[in-house]
Design a protein around this ligand. Structure first.
Ligand code: DQA
Length: 150
């Protein structure tokens, strides 16, 4: 099973950025750990991070027919980007939305997500563990639909 983890704007700063809120783990370290635990679940991970909305859209397009599922922390674009929502719907790849912080316990403008409505599920508020939980949820979901198709 091939999975793509997409991280949006400012997530390249993890480890340095607002550590009280987002923790001290770097994105590289999150990716390495996820690659390892993905392997034990039969998932092969690809990674992409960008601070540019168009680059994120193009990476999603490139995933068409190439990956079975997408994990996405779209950062602030979660709350603003119809383009990312359309791209995800356009390629029709099951995806899980995730956030390190609990977006519902923060400012009002973070309570709305353009991606959540069509996501398989949303994980929010577990820090670095959100990545792990989101992957576990997506892997289980994909195994289940694979089982019911075959
Ligand atoms: C975030 C939450 C967003 O509201 C914020 O803009 C981020 C990070 C999170 O992982 O908690 O950049 O997606």
């Amino acid at each position: 099973m091939r999975l793509l983890l997409i991280n949006g704007p400012n997530l390249n700063l993890l480890g340095k950025r607002e550590p009280d809120l987002y923790g001290s783990t770097t994105l590289t370290s999150i990716e390495e750990d996820l690659r390892e635990s993905g392997r034990t679940k039969g998932a092969e991970l690809q990674f992409f991070q960008s601070n540019f909305e168009g680059a994120l859209v193009e990476r999603i397009h490139k995933a068409f027919g190439q990956v079975d599922g997408i994990l996405i922390n779209a950062g602030a674009y979660t709350h603003t980007s119809i383009a990312l929502r359309d791209a995800l719907l356009g390629v029709d790849i099951p995806y899980v939305e995730l956030h390190l912080s609990n977006i519902y316990s923060r400012e009002q403008f973070r309570h709305h997500s353009f991606l959540a409505e069509h996501a398989v599920g949303v994980v929010s508020g577990f820090g670095v563990m959100s990545y792990e939980l989101a992957m576990e949820g997506l892997v289980n979901y994909l195994k289940k639909i694979d089982g019911s198709n075959g």
